[in-house]
Design a protein around this ligand. Structure first.
Ligand SMILES: NC(=O)c1ccc[n+]([C@@H]2O[C@H](COP(=O)([O-])OP(=O)(O)OC[C@H]3O[C@@H](n4cnc5c(N)ncnc54)[C@H](O)[C@@H]3O)[C@@H](O)[C@H]2O)c1
Ligand SMILES: CCCCC/C=C\C=C\[C@H](O)C/C=C\C/C=C\CCCC(=O)O
Length: 254
């Protein structure tokens, strides 16, 4: 159970973010919903307020590319619920005509939210500690010619998360930092003819199943610096990323 815990989820007006919000609420957490699309956010907020009570759900519109809005998101959550224990940096876009905005939203947005959330969560700032889950993708672990920019943004999230988890600012902060790499999930993001071939080959993850894995990650207090891979068939922490000391220790001088 997550009773007494407070979660912030970016991009939670629909899709994976909305389903994870529902799973957290069902497990006793208070949730601050957030999205750049305000009418979608409002509709989800109204739905959850009826179902879970106004004391358990809050909404703050936020574009993760805007520093002031991200600051207002975390400050507003603490003002409303008293603290932040869980941040799910989920907001993202798929195939998009403007490649620079994909990097801005999917990669820089995650980095910005991580830095600002840490200020409210770390124990040295009298925060409660907790977990920051950064949404990447299986496309952040393999070459994906369908959309190299999307893949690049997600490789960036994996690299940042695994590296920042080991940074001096994080290791003693009481905050765990974890990356999430699902294959295709049943949201409108995958409504694209070019993806059909791959989807038929590897299948689709149900949002509800992915949300259960996210819940498992929240409850696992030993997962700092790990990367969770989720497929339609199984999920596991990928543990074969070399660490810098492994690379240097295994390098023979010629
Ligand atoms: N659906 C998949 O197959 C899949 C697989 C792996 C990873 N992902 C990732 O999961 C995340 C959620 O995707 P989804 O499938 O639920 O898609 P979705 O389109 O249903 O949801 C994404 C949400 O993010 C919001 N958003 C977009 N830009 C934003 C911004 N600048 N600021 C704040 N919010 C913004 C959207 O309004 C939307 O509500 C994304 O990061 C995506 O890359 C999706
Ligand atoms: C790589 C697909 C880019 C499309 C972006 C839109 C939606 C993304 C959804 C998921 O994040 C994709 C997840 C896993 C796909 C991984 C590999 C597929 C390889 C396809 C290719 O060869 O490009």
């Amino acid at each position: 159970m997550l009773t007494g815990k407070v979660a912030v989820i970016t991009g939670s007006g629909q899709g994976i973010g909305k389903t994870c919000a529902e799973t957290f609420l069902n497990n006793g957490a208070k949730v601050c919903l957030s999205d750049v699309v305000v009418d979608r956010l409002q509709a989800t907020y109204e739905e959850f307020k009826l179902q879970y009570g106004a004391e358990n759900v809050h909404q703050i519109p936020c574009d993760v590319t805007d520093k002031t809005q991200v600051e207002d998101l975390f400050k507003g959550t603490v003002d409303t619920f008293g603290a932040i224990d869980i941040v799910f940096n989920n907001a993202g876009v798929g195939i998009h005509e403007d490649w620079e905005s994909v990097i801005q939203i999917n990669q820089i947005g995650v980095i910005r939210c991580t830095y600002l959330a840490l200020e409210y969560m770390k124990k040295s700032s009298k925060g409660p500690g907790g977990i920051i889950i950064n949404m990447a993708s299986f496309a952040g672990l393999c070459s994906s010619p369908l959309d190299p920019i999307y893949a690049s943004s997600k490789f960036g999230v994996v690299g940042f998360t695994l590296s920042h988890a080991l940074h001096a600012d994080v290791v003693d902060s009481g905050v765990r930092m974890v990356a999430l790499c699902p294959t295709f999930v049943d949201t409108t993001m995958i409504d694209d003819d070019n993806m059909k071939y791959f989807i038929e080959k590897i299948g689709v993850i149900k949002k509800e199943k992915l949300a259960e894995v996210v819940l498992e990650m929240v409850k696992d207090e030993t997962n700092n610096g790990k990367c969770m891979v989720v497929t339609a068939q199984f999920h596991y922490y990928k543990d074969d990323f070399p660490k810098v000391e492994d690379v240097f220790l295994s390098t023979k001088q010629s």
